[in-house]
Design a protein. Structure first.
Length: 336
């Protein structure tokens, strides 16, 4: 019979801070009662108490195996008349050994802590926040780039012109946003400083790709060596449109600090339907006028309200940035 270390024991009713660390904890090959003694304080417990805790062990093992196998859905289990929803449970939770189970709640609080599956949940949550934002669409043509964004006017007392969803970065770069506007302003201000420093230092405009890279460098600045570190990821996604020595270009960024160059892209709550429409209608021979019509017609499809000059913004970079006036937006609407 193989030698096995004695199970750790401590007095019933006292703190369970004394336990075996995860590397030396093995559940395989042990009986359920041994697991009970390993994970919980058992001296002095009644048989009813032991049975309840044994049921808790079984539930915890089931949840742990689901988590380690990559199953994300959390189902409700009924054991012994009590409901266990995900990691929730009864009063016996205080005796659970934290080393046994690996749950999302242990890893989704830190911005620089990876889960056992190699995921950063805070970044994933920031990406989910973008899906609640207003829809923004960008299209690149040979003449320039068109941006169109939905503006959600939540009250008739709100001044529509005060809601900025498209901002100028430099005279040859503009960006549309979806997500938290305050986060977008922080990123845009950073990009403005970078472009002006580059122009002052080198006497030439900063390229669109370099500007996008500067934005993404700020997106996940959580290192200890940085002068300023962020407390959370930015909950915003940007469509960056520009015109430089390489011609028109359109870039898309997300909270993970990743960026891609696109011919057309939609972000926000209606992005799935808008992307499908863009794939059907986009071609590289579009004119700037046709791109305006396509962008606004797709916005009209995904918006819940009627399209008016007050609830949409349109801008173009061809080759300089220009934000459309309400009368210019009205002219595009009449073409739909």
């Amino acid at each position: 019979m193989a030698y096995r270390e004695p199970l750790p024991r401590c007095q019933f009713g006292k703190s369970t801070s004394t336990h075996i660390e995860a590397p030396s904890l093995s559940l395989e090959g042990r009986s359920e009662m041994e697991e009970l003694e390993l994970a919980f304080v058992c001296f002095g417990a009644s048989e009813l108490m032991k049975r309840r805790r044994l049921e808790e062990v079984r539930v915890q093992r089931w949840l742990w195996r689901r988590r380690m196998s990559g199953t994300e859905e959390e189902e409700e289990i009924t054991v012994g008349g009590g409901g266990y929803n995900g990691c929730g449970g009864g009063m016996w939770k205080m005796w659970i050994l934290p080393s046994i189970c690996f749950f999302r709640t242990e890893y989704d609080r830190g911005v620089n802590t990876f889960s056992p599956e190699g995921r950063l949940f805070q970044v994933e949550y920031a990406i989910e926040a973008i899906k609640l934002g207003s829809t923004a669409i960008g299209l690149k043509t040979k003449e320039g780039v068109v941006l169109a964004v939905e503006k959600r006017i939540t009250s008739p007392l709100l001044e529509p012109s005060s809601v900025e969803k498209i901002m100028e970065v430099d005279e040859h770069i503009g960006c549309a946003m979806s997500g938290l506007i305050a986060d977008a302003r922080t990123l845009v201000e950073h990009a403005r400083v970078e472009t002006q420093n580059h122009r002052f230092s080198y006497g030439e405009p900063m390229t669109v790709e370099s500007t996008t890279q500067a934005l993404c460098d700020l997106a996940l600045r959580f290192g200890e060596g940085d002068e300023e570190s962020m407390s959370r990821p930015f909950g915003v996604s940007l469509l960056i449109a520009g015109h430089d020595e390489n011609g028109p270009s359109l870039y898309y960024t997300d909270p993970s600090g990743t960026f891609w160059q696109c011919n057309a892209k939609a972000i926000g709550s209606g992005s799935e339907g808008a992307d499908s429409s863009l794939q059907e209608q986009f071609n590289k021979d579009l004119t700037l006028k046709e791109a305006e019509t396509i962008a606004l017609s797709i916005l009209k499809q995904v918006m819940e309200e009627k399209v008016t000059p007050n609830n949409v913004d349109i801008a173009k970079v061809a080759p300089t940035y220009h934000l459309y006036t309400p009368s210019e937006v009205e002219a595009v609407i009449t073409r739909l």
